[in-house]
Design a protein around this ligand. Structure first.
Ligand code: 3UK
Length: 527
């Protein structure tokens, strides 16, 4: 039985997304085509196919079974793709994780997901080894990519003795395929469960129809593979379409991105506003590097300020297409299109998705009014793992509540008006003010703290902290730096407050709740 999705897309009842992403290319004669450019290697679809099968067999040989989770703590590299696909091929569930978190965060992810195995790169292994063994309730196997020593398994050794033949497990199109973690204002990060069919919708609706990605395209993404945005842009989209991807394992600093474009000649660049802004700061880049290969630039993660769009177009002659996506919907569901950009807006719905803007009671508002953005589409997550209440608050019938405030203009463009909650997007990545506040409370000088988002001079939001000191401490720049460093050492460093303001008291309601909105200076800018 097949379900007709779109002209040309059929997803059969029995469907394993790994087969669709890799085995299909071998069957259809694309084995010799380059799938991945990585360092000085160009790997074909056949190479990735064999590495996937070996990795799948290796994981299976350890006793990992269908539906069990396999955590991936890896930089962008071919082993990431092979582990992701290999796990799915044996019916297991890969769970890619952000590489800049702390051991405490990893302890939570490992226990919450009950991962039986983790594939981790040698440079990140110490962060896993730092976790006390007795605190890890489920983890059985640590597989290390790169150099390994005693007590762990070597990825290289495992795949060397594994077969390069592997038949995909017969999964249902509605079976869980992979999870991604997403954080909220309060509570622990939530495992977002995605199904076998979800990726196909994003690739066919957004990548093929909006970006018009074809087999001839070569993609580079600044957003890493462990984020939904990078996973789509740099892996599942090119692999659905039979295009090529460029993987870069280090931090994609602006100079590196220019060098990558110059050297590997991508046709599509996927970034976040912060990365485009940082690239704009590099003087003379347009003369030093050849960017002629680029046909389109895409941005997501947070709103792309009008000024960045304009400056980029002026300097490099290319439009940046801003689009909004989410981990829950898996990828971009509303986007600008080439030649029809409305700078500062998130564009129009991607075909196949429906959007509506509602008031607090869930009633649709009239055109031009601000409300909460809801989205309906086939790539939406099934549920949050072990978080039933949060699931019910987010999935309303067929609709997903984005938590974003939007309005639609008379021409049908959607305009981002901020979050409905206190969450911040910093460099395209979630930051919870509550988490920063709770961390600062652990510093001996801090009596009270409140964190809000403040725009920097480039109109990009960063966390700013308001602090009431204990009476025995007095305000100074040194103390501000000390508190910033303290935050960086306790939680993932990108979350630290960029500015600290010492204040005599914080605005509060009659019941003592801090009024963050009074501290926000929405349109003010910082230098
Ligand atoms: C915000 C935007 C304004 C918005 C993502 C592309 O960012 C992604 O997923 P996350 O789960 O965050 C989702 C939230 O981020 N946001 C994202 N893009 C925009 N706000 N303009 C934008 N263009 O608050 C949204 O609810 O981290 C982005 C593809 C896949 C993704 N997962």
């Amino acid at each position: 039985m097949t379900e007709k999705l779109l002209p040309g897309i059929d997803i059969p009842e029995e469907f394993n997304i790994a087969s669709h992403l890799i085995d299909r290319h071998i069957k259809e004669g694309r084995g010799k085509k380059i799938a991945v450019y990585f360092e000085d290697r160009a790997m074909t679809y056949q190479d990735i196919y064999e590495l996937t099968n070996k990795t799948g067999n290796a994981i299976k040989s350890l006793g990992v079974r269908r539906e069990e989770r396999v955590m991936l703590l890896l930089p962008d590299c071919p082993e990431f793709i092979a582990s992701f696909l290999g796990a799915i091929k044996i019916g297991a569930i890969p769970v890619p994780i952000n590489t800049v978190m702390t051991p405490k965060d990893y302890e939570y992810y490992l226990n919450d997901s009950r991962a039986q195995a983790i594939v981790v790169s040698d440079d990140l292994l110490p962060k896993i080894e730092e976790i006390q063994k007795k605190n890890l309730k489920y983890l059985k196997h640590v597989i290390v990519v790169g150099k390994s020593s005693g007590g762990v398994l070597s990825y290289q050794d495992l795949i060397e003795s594994a077969s390069s033949k592997l038949k995909a497990e017969e999964t249902n199109k509605d079976d869980a395929a992979f999870w991604l973690y997403s954080s909220g204002t309060t509570g622990k990060p939530k495992g977002v469960v995605h199904l076998q069919h979800d990726v196909v919708y994003c690739a066919e609706l957004y990548a093929r129809q909006v970006i018009e990605m074809s087999e001839d395209d070569r993609v580079f993404s600044v957003s890493r593979l462990f984020f939904a945005a990078g996973l789509g842009a740099a892996f599942t989209f090119p692999f659905c379409i039979g295009a090529s991807t460029i993987l870069y394992p280090q931090r994609p600093l602006p100079e590196n991105v220019f060098e990558i474009i110059h050297k590997y000649k991508p046709s599509i660049l996927f970034g976040v506003p912060t990365s485009y802004n940082a690239m704009l700061q590099i003087e003379g880049a347009e003369k030093k590097y050849n960017l002629d290969s680029l046909r389109t630039c895409l941005s997501a993660g947070e709103a792309l300020p009008n000024t960045i769009f304009m400056l980029w177009k002026k300097k490099f002659g290319i439009e940046i297409l801003d689009g909004i996506g989410s981990t829950e919907v898996l990828h971009i569901f509303c986007s600008n299109r080439s030649g029809q950009v409305q700078p500062g807006s998130s564009g129009k719905p991607v075909p196949g998705y429906e959007l509506k803007i509602v008031d607090d009671e869930g009633r649709e508002v009239s055109q031009g009014e601000i409300g909460l953005l809801m989205v309906k589409g086939e790539s939406s997550f099934a549920y949050y793992w072990n978080k039933h209440q949060k699931t019910k608050e987010t999935i309303i019938g067929e609709w997903v509540n984005t938590g974003d405030r939007y309005y639609q203009d008379s021409e049908g463009y959607y305009w981002y008006m901020g979050r409905g909650d206190d969450m911040l997007k910093v460099g395209g990545i979630w930051v919870s003010p509550t988490e920063i506040e709770n961390t600062m409370y652990e510093h001996p000088a801090v009596l009270e703290a409140a964190v809000v988002g403040t725009e920097d001079r480039d109109h990009l939001v960063k966390p700013e902290a308001f602090i009431v000191l204990r009476s025995e401490y007095s305000a100074s720049n040194e103390l501000a730096t000390e508190i910033q460093n303290f935050v960086k050492s306790e939680i993932a460093p990108y979350k630290y407050p960029r500015w600290i303001r010492f204040v005599p008291e914080l605005p509060k309601t009659a019941t003592g709740k801090i009024q963050r909105f009074k501290l926000r200076r929405d349109m003010s800018s910082k230098t």
